[in-house]
Write a protein that binds this ligand. Structure first.
Ligand code: FES
Length: 298
């Protein structure tokens, strides 16, 4: 889906193109890959002055691919980085594999694991957390279906709850809904890390801890970039801003006989930076996705 570009957009894109090619104001593509929209906005504001609402929306549109096809002609540096407007027409059912290539079993996923554990689905640029949620004593907690409200517009949707032998396993997008930070900046804080004054990189504020207590969430998903906090025990709803959108969820299916897990869909709001969950990236090449353990952020 793209909106028509106005003459003003084209002129701005041409100016941006010249600026990016200029050795004195060179655009750093590696930093853009790391920082995404944040880097782009900072780059423009540093080199072209303040960014008004129209310009900000135009730049955001570039990052999520709106109008990108036309603008790519002016900005070769961006064209290779903007997610292609490709994708899927429906959600595939794919099995979750461990890094040894064998199907992951629900019973083998540690409860309250602080190590960032992610898998890609349904597109190659859509990482998701896989978490087995527990209480303060590391006993699995049943995650019940719930209604999640989107603070941005007041809309509500159903979160189906957890899966596995204790209904405690959930999967959420690992892309922060504020400005798109990804792991390790955004990660799960298990109950044992829900304290103030812990050694860095813990950056939970008293406001986040208070919101978690009020929501009866023993742990949170927190984005260290600007402090957004989500409640993984209740559909990754928003506990503290600046985000105004919950994390989307991946619909999981658990096969009781084999103990295997499958990703079968996605729900909630669209993944950050994507017009829809099914477009804006390359689909996975196989009928499986590998769950990887990244880093322990604590
Ligand atoms: S990108 Fe996560 S809080 Fe800003």
């Amino acid at each position: 889906m793209s909106r028509p570009l106005r003459r003003w957009d084209i002129l701005f894109a041409q100016m941006l193109s010249r600026m990016m090619r200029n050795p004195r104001t060179k655009f750093d593509e590696r930093e853009f890959v790391k920082g995404g929209e944040t880097y782009l906005l900072n780059y423009v504001s540093k080199n072209a002055g303040s960014i008004d609402e129209n310009r900000r929306n135009f730049l955001k549109g570039l990052v999520i691919g709106v109008g990108a096809a036309t603008v790519a002609g002016f900005i070769p540096g961006l064209s290779s980085l903007i997610p292609p407007n490709v994708g899927l027409t429906s959600f595939p059912k794919i099995i979750l594999l461990a890094s040894n290539g064998k199907p992951i079993t629900a019973s083998s996923i540690p409860v309250n694991e602080p190590i960032i554990t992610v898998f890609l689905y349904p597109l190659q640029n859509e990482p998701n957390f896989l978490v087995n949620l527990g209480d303060e004593n590391n006993n699995p907690v049943e995650i019940k279906p719930t209604t999640v409200t989107v603070p941005a517009n007041g809309q509500k949707y159903k979160f189906p709850g957890g899966v596995g032998p204790y209904n405690s396993i959930v999967a959420y997008s690992a892309i922060c809904q504020h400005l798109g930070c990804q792991p390790p900046e955004i990660h799960f804080y298990p109950p044992q890390y829900m304290k103030l004054g812990m050694a860095p990189p813990s950056s939970l504020t008293s406001q986040a801890l208070q919101a978690a207590t009020s929501a009866n969430a023993p742990g949170v998903i927190h984005c260290d970039c600007h402090g957004s906090t989500y409640d993984p025990y209740h559909g990754a709803s928003v506990l503290t801003g600046p985000t105004v959108r919950p994390l989307p969820f991946v619909l999981l299916e658990w096969d009781e006989k084999t103990d295997y897990l499958y990703a079968i869909g996605e729900g909630g709001v669209p993944v950050y930076g994507h017009v829809s969950d099914l477009t804006g990236g390359t689909p996975l090449s196989y009928d499986y996705t590998t769950v990887t353990q990244e880093v322990n952020p604590f």
